[in-house]
Design a protein around this ligand. Sequence first.
Ligand SMILES: Cc1ncc(COP(=O)(O)O)c(C=O)c1O
Length: 386
Amino acid sequence: MFENHTINFDILKERAFNLRWATVPEGVIPLTAADPDFPSAPEIAEAMIRFTKDRYLSYGPAAGLASFKESVARFFQEKRQIPASPDLLFPVDSAAFGIYVICKAFLKAGDEAIIFDPVDFLFRYSTEAVAAVAVPFAIPPTDMPVDFERLEQLISNKTKMICLCNPLNPTGKVFTREELTRIGALAVKHNLIILSDEIWSDIIFKPHVFTSMASINEEIRSQTVTVTGYSKSYGLAGLRIGTVLASNAAHYERLFEASLHSSTIHGANVLSQVAVVAALDECGYWLDGFVSHLQQMRDLITTGLNSIEGFHCKAPEGCYVAFADIRGTGKSSAEIAELLFNEAKVSVVPGAKQWFGQGAEGYIRLSFATSEAVISEALSRIKQTF
Ligand SMILES: Cc1ncc(COP(=O)(O)O)c(C=O)c1O
């Protein structure tokens, strides 16, 4: 399922946007946006075809199709040990929108939210979109322990939220139960909402294990809002679909109101919900195969990058991105990304503030959700350039 011949590069060049195949000049390999090169599982397309064949594409329920809510609740109960109820979750038109909805529901102008540094730009973006202030908390991609004292020092009387990204894009860190318990205890102590973004939670490399913040204990769960999506695990980014899960009815009401779903100004596409039901109910085998392929690709790309002078790459514990330290080259992230684009014909994401925050300078991010052949070719071009 995950060999080079299963990838249709002609279709990717027409359809894969967001810095990927459809946006780069011919001959350039885009290891940019984290979106798989492989076609999605066949059961997903079959379910969408069955649904469309009836030719009724009417309004769905504002809070989501019953089948979606049940399937996602079952996922959270069985795979994440969260006692989730279908009544406390609703679909959103992407995890990105889910993050924004949570910020809109729980932050007002001038409030502060702690975000990790480095981390995906969406947290800063959503915090600032509601006129709140993002306060960065450094978790560098090293073996240094998380500095919980520093985290508590960052909490002021304006702090209302901690944005947890677990696993952490771009460093690939998977938080341990102990670390989550300490973050959760701080949130309980200071009455902060925990936004727990778990979109990467299926992409975990052995021997690491994923723990959901809301599964730890009742006290921590009552502070937590979980957001997830299906772009990373099942390659459904273009369907723009995710889930927001509250821990109680009061939070749910607040979130649902912020989503504008009941007005129909926003809402999740029914076809995308049908796709998620098929993915969760029928495509576990596909996901298992994908993760075991990714584990091999992770080893290939980290070994390859570490063999280049000036590069150092810690193997990610989760996420299909390698976050390579390029400070040994004496060049900046932007310079390396430009050099790789122009000379190696490999496109990567520079560790720029715009993408991942201040703490990303000196790093580049490479997605490895592709075939062994594509990664080997990219590595050989990068090696040649250096
Ligand atoms: C941590 C994190 N959250 C959310 C998203 C957005 O996912 P979606 O495609 O569902 O908007 C991404 C995408 O890269 C991500 O890395």
